[in-house]
Design a protein around this ligand. Structure first.
Ligand SMILES: CC(C)(COP(=O)(O)OP(=O)(O)OC[C@H]1O[C@@H](n2cnc3c(N)ncnc32)[C@H](O)[C@@H]1OP(=O)(O)O)[C@@H](O)C(=O)NCCC(=O)NCCS
Length: 168
């Protein structure tokens, strides 16, 4: 089993892996077009020539990147694949000299094993600006924000139009 950078021919399998967990809200849905457009963000997990997992690293800037869309085929879980994906994504962040990697999750124990610690949602305004403000669960989010590295002191994305409403 190995993790490698994804290429366009992997896009359909990545789409299938994510779709298996987006129906119940475990993962954010990603369209095939969106995956193709952002395929350079992805790493895939390969076993015997088959793709059995994937994960993405979204770059906000030197101050922040986010692990997203991370999943392993349900029949292949608990075999070390998830850990390999996280390590590969952290290596990508290191290559880009990013100082903080964040994620939002409902399984904080999994990521805590890899050195992530719990953060406040407000500490990650870029994530809020990008995704949360348009999420139906904005005011009752059940995901834990986690970080590895130095929590950023600024945001690069402009505040959304309803920013004051969110803060209030
Ligand atoms: C989360 C997920 C990617 C983990 O993949 P995996 O291949 O099962 O993980 P690994 O086998 O590499 O596990 C690494 C370690 O974490 C532990 N672990 C795995 N899943 C865990 C969980 N849900 N909660 C706590 N610990 C977990 C393993 O026991 C292992 O511990 P060890 O290092 O002491 O042996 C996989 O369960 C998955 O695809 N889940 C559905 C999608 C999802 O929830 N993605 C995360 C969204 S933020």
């Amino acid at each position: 089993m190995r993790a490698r950078e994804a290429t366009l021919p992997d896009a359909e399998q990545i789409h299938g892996l994510i779709a298996a967990y987006s129906g119940d809200g475990t993962l954010l849905p990603r369209s095939l077009a969106e995956i193709c457009e952002n395929v350079r963000d992805f790493v895939v997990l390969e076993h015997d020539g088959h793709i059995i997992g994937c994960g993405a690293l979204h770059l906000y800037g030197l101050h922040l990147a986010e692990i997203r869309s991370i999943t392993v085929d349900p029949n292949r879980q608990r075999g070390g694949g998830g850990k390999l994906l996280v390590k590969a994504l952290l290596a990508q962040a290191k290559k880009h000299k990013v100082t903080c990697v964040c994620l939002f999750t409902r399984i904080p124990d999994f990521f805590a094993r890899m050195g992530f610690t719990v953060a406040a949602h407000q500490d990650l305004p870029d994530k809020i600006h990008k995704d949360c403000h348009k999420c139906p669960r904005l005011y009752y989010c059940d995901e834990v924000a986690m970080v590895k590295g130095t929590v950023p002191s600024f945001a690069i994305l402009p505040p959304p139009k309803n920013w004051l409403k969110i803060q209030g």
